[in-house]
Ligand binder design. Structure first.
Ligand code: FE2
Length: 240
């Protein structure tokens, strides 16, 4: 049996990642998949990236926040987000990333895939068709059918919507582990999933566990970052 830990949308929330690590003991896994958005909205982007950088058997892609950080670092203009408090978080992150972590981020693809037995597994931040698409479990069945049609991947792992789910449509397995570091559903606990694959079957289990929100709050306050994010991490909701 192959055991895969599914993480995503960590958003620089290293205290949440640490809680997951302690809870599941990552050495037990054959692979650790990260669907992107390492960065922005919390003050631990270096600790977060470094953890993946130093581990073997991780498979990571870039998310939209990471791509924007790389744009800023290239000296390009940031058109979106427009809201001032959001822009502050992007610029704070780009100013604080260390060179090794920037090099690592630059080395990552926007999508990737790998094989486990007979299964080809695709990893996307948004979807197979659009890295910025937020695919919610409530999306029309026809949208999932479209993504399943002619899919070279029997399993599609996605992030970006921050909503955990597992759906099988037309024989294709769609999995979103939810967000490790920035939940939107009013439950501030961290979210992740475990995927187990054997020759006969596939099993997905989702988890929600508490983490030290106070450490995130402390980091934001120390750096004098917008208060709206203190509230966001405390209530587990998207507030802007
Ligand atoms: Fe995200």
């Amino acid at each position: 049996m192959t055991k895969i830990l599914l993480l995503g949308d960590i958003h620089a929330n290293y205290p949440a990642l640490e809680a997951v690590i302690e809870y599941i003991q990552p050495d037990r896994f054959d692979w650790i998949v990260n669907t992107g958005d390492f960065t922005v909205y919390s003050t631990f982007p270096n600790e977060t990236i470094q953890w993946f950088r130093e581990r073997k058997r991780t498979i990571s892609i870039l998310g939209n926040t990471d791509r924007k950080i790389l744009r800023i670092l290239k000296g390009k203009k940031l058109k979106k987000p427009k809201k001032k408090e959001k822009r502050v978080m992007y610029f704070w992150t780009s100013e604080h990333l260390n060179p090794e972590n920037i090099t690592y981020l630059k080395s990552l693809p926007e999508r990737t895939d790998f094989k486990v037995g007979a299964y080809r597994i695709g990893i996307f931040h948004g979807t197979l068709e659009d890295p910025d698409e937020e695919l919610f479990p409530s999306a029309l069945e026809s949208r999932f059918q479209r993504l399943a049609k002619d899919s070279p991947y029997q399993v599609q792992i996605m992030g970006h919507s921050h909503v955990p789910y597992y759906k099988i449509v037309d024989g294709i397995h769609f999995i979103n582990p939810g967000s490790v570091g920035r939940m939107f559903d009013g439950d501030p606990r961290t979210s992740f999933a475990i995927l187990k694959i054997s020759s006969e079957k596939m099993a997905v289990e989702h988890f929600r566990i508490p983490y030290a929100v106070d450490e995130v709050v402390k980091g934001l306050k120390e750096q004098k970052l917008p208060n709206i994010y203190v509230k966001m991490f405390r209530v587990g909701k998207k507030l802007n």
